[in-house]
Design a binder for this molecule. Structure first.
Ligand SMILES: Cc1cc2nc3c(=O)[nH]c(=O)nc-3n(C[C@H](O)[C@H](O)[C@H](O)COP(=O)(O)O)c2cc1C
Length: 192
């Protein structure tokens, strides 16, 4: 059993993020080998700015410690993000920066959406940020370009085969990395 935090970033009430997230969680919940902690940043207390980073200790605020506990309990992450002005949204940066060591030596996968880019530029920026935190970012992603046209009125993808297949491949790879890195962390300390 692998513990995965699904971080839902920048999701507007009633917007595309809710549809993308609902679809992705449906796919992930089919996997008997995954235990999901859904962290919708709209509903998650985030630290004020400027925030002290938390390494799980008491020096940081209650919000940062709450985030660190959940990130620390995870074997890996899925980030669901839109693209805002060629980047990823601010709530995600706030959450990332609030946590320090708990990210390290764990994998992250990405589900993105946006206009023409499908959120790919947001994902490429996240790879740079996660590298600083010793997170292994997965090559394969799932992206929805022109997202408003990609779901029907019932909130289902209009081309389910492609995106369901992409989600399966990405989750297979996340599980591979999650197990491999969990075993690695248990076998020997990761040096930062
Ligand atoms: C402030 C803002 C900036 C955006 N910038 C981009 C962008 O640079 N590239 C892109 O592909 N989509 C961009 N979008 C579109 C979003 O990624 C998203 O597809 C769109 O807002 C639909 O999501 P929603 O229904 O939750 O609003 C932007 C949206 C907003 C609100």
């Amino acid at each position: 059993m692998l513990d995965i935090v699904v971080i839902i970033a920048g999701a507007r009430e009633g917007g595309s993020g809710a549809m993308v997230s609902r679809w992705f969680l449906g796919q992930a919940r089919r996997r008997a080998d995954l235990r999901l902690d859904v962290m919708d940043l709209v509903r998650t207390p985030l630290p004020p700015i400027p925030s002290a980073r938390s390494d799980g200790g008491t020096g940081a605020g209650v919000e940062a410690r709450g985030l660190a506990a959940r990130i620390g309990a995870a074997d890996g992450f899925v980030v669901i993000t839109p693209e805002h002005n060629h980047g990823y949204p601010a709530d995600l940066k706030l959450a990332i920066d609030a946590v320090r060591h708990e990210w390290a030596a764990k994998p992250a996968a990405f589900v993105s959406y946006g206009g023409r880019s499908g959120g790919l530029r947001a994902v490429e920026q996240l790879r740079l940020v996660f590298a600083e935190l010793h997170v292994v970012s997965l090559r394969d992603t799932v992206g929805f370009h022109l997202v408003a046209e990609r779901f029907d009125e019932a909130g289902e993808p209009v081309e389910p085969d492609g995106v369901n297949g992409a989600a399966k491949l990405m989750l297979d790879q996340l599980i591979w990395w999650g197990i491999t890195l969990r075993e690695g962390r248990a076998a020997r300390p990761y040096t930062r």
